[in-house]
Design a protein around this ligand. Structure first.
Ligand code: ZN
Ligand code: ZN
Length: 366
């Protein structure tokens, strides 16, 4: 990222504010803040907040002790007015007095309620949600961002490719998960965002993480892993493993799932609705007796957050555009028995939909 990208993003916010009839956007630490100014701020009880008005003027208020970290992230190079506050000052009042009269401020959706209340009090007007204002900007990725997602995809693929080193019968999910987490970092991520190792019946819970269950021979194992790269962009990929021979009825279902995932991938194209991609996987699973066991949406957008717009879900009539990036991850979850999911991140650019994850979809037998 360079300085001009951030300048462009701030000016897009100003334009969107004007269009929405709002006069100020307040942004707390998290991916929204990092997207707009490149500052990966800690979400602390002390106030750190970016404000952008409809004229494109911006302010960043940080606690004095966070100022060196903010400067190190390069915010001094972009035209944002820096304010710092000392422990005995009221940062909310300080920010409001710098900005002056505001009539219709909005806050990023993930701002803590406490911060939103105190900011609203300081401005003397209740904050409303930014709703889609920021997610609409983040929805369409630049080629820099698409490349960053592919780089993240390669990194997580390398972890999946080495799974035989860690995934062994007799080890617990937690032991395996610890090794996978270390590998996620070793392969280039700066944080481990999640490690799911769901063996046997644990696989029937889509977001089971790790437990002390000992992995047994023949247990189908869902491994869904992801982290954040130095670029700020995230990886997320699921593959299926088994030590020894899986049950025959599992194999049958798994072949159906592979086709469903492929059908959703083939459906994904510029100009189709998000709902139609979900239908491609769901209809096939339903036609083959697995519909009732596919208990989540087919996918989610991904970028600086692992889950963001667009959601690949029934009812979402959003049309896929160049710059979209999202997961395709159908699954089936049979309570008491096992579960399965196959997940790739795909990106749309230059009229093409490409997978950022390229390890085989076959059940990996270890
Ligand atoms: Zn996912
Ligand atoms: Zn995942």
């Amino acid at each position: 990222m360079n300085k001009s990208d951030f300048v462009t993003r701030i000016s897009k916010v100003a334009g969107a504010l004007t269009m929405a009839g709002k006069d100020l956007l307040l942004v707390s630490p998290g991916a929204d803040l990092r997207y707009l100014i490149g500052y990966d701020a800690l979400p602390l009880e002390r106030l750190t907040c970016l404000a952008v008005n409809a004229e494109g003027r911006s302010w960043l208020i940080v606690p004095k002790l966070e100022l060196p970290a903010a400067m190190a992230s390069g915010v001094a190079d972009i035209p944002v007015q820096l304010l710092d506050w000392e422990e005995t000052q009221n940062p909310y009042e300080l920010l409001a007095s710098e900005i002056g009269q505001i009539k219709a401020p909005i806050a990023n959706n993930l701002m803590w309620l406490e911060k939103a209340k105190f900011l609203g009090n300081a401005f003397g007007v209740e904050l409303e949600l930014a709703n889609e204002l920021l997610s609409d900007l983040r929805l369409v990725k630049s080629s820099f961002e698409i490349d960053a997602l592919h780089e993240a995809g390669h990194a997580i693929d390398r972890v999946h490719s080495s799974m035989e080193k860690w995934l062994k019968p007799g080890r617990t999910e937690r032991e395996v998960g610890r090794d996978i987490a270390a590998a996620i970092i070793q392969e280039g991520h700066v944080t481990v965002d999640f490690v799911i190792v769901a063996s046997g019946p644990n696989g029937a819970s889509p977001h089971h993480e790790l437990s002390d269950r000992v992995i047994g021979l023949g247990d189908p194992i869902v491994v869904d892993i992801g982290g954040t790269m130095p670029s700020g962009y995230c990886s997320d990929s699921t593959r299926m493993y088994v030590c020894g021979q899986p049950p025959a009825d599992f194999l049958e279902k798994y072949e159906i799932l592979k086709v469903a995932q492929q059908l959703a991938f083939e459906q994904a194209a510029i100009g189709v609705t998000c709902a139609s991609i979900d239908s491609a996987a769901r209809d096939y699973l339903s036609a083959n007796g697995l519909g009732e066991f596919f208990i989540h949406r087919t996918g989610h957008g991904i970028g600086m957050d692992t889950h963001e717009n667009p959601y690949i879900v029934q009812g979402n009539q959003e049309v896929v555009r160049s710059g979209f990036a999202f997961s395709i991850e159908p699954g089936f979850y049979i309570p008491g028995l096992y579960g399965a999911r196959i997940e790739d991140i795909v990106t749309c650019e230059d009229g093409q939909v490409k997978s950022a994850n390229n390890t085989s979809h076959d059940l990996v037998i270890l």
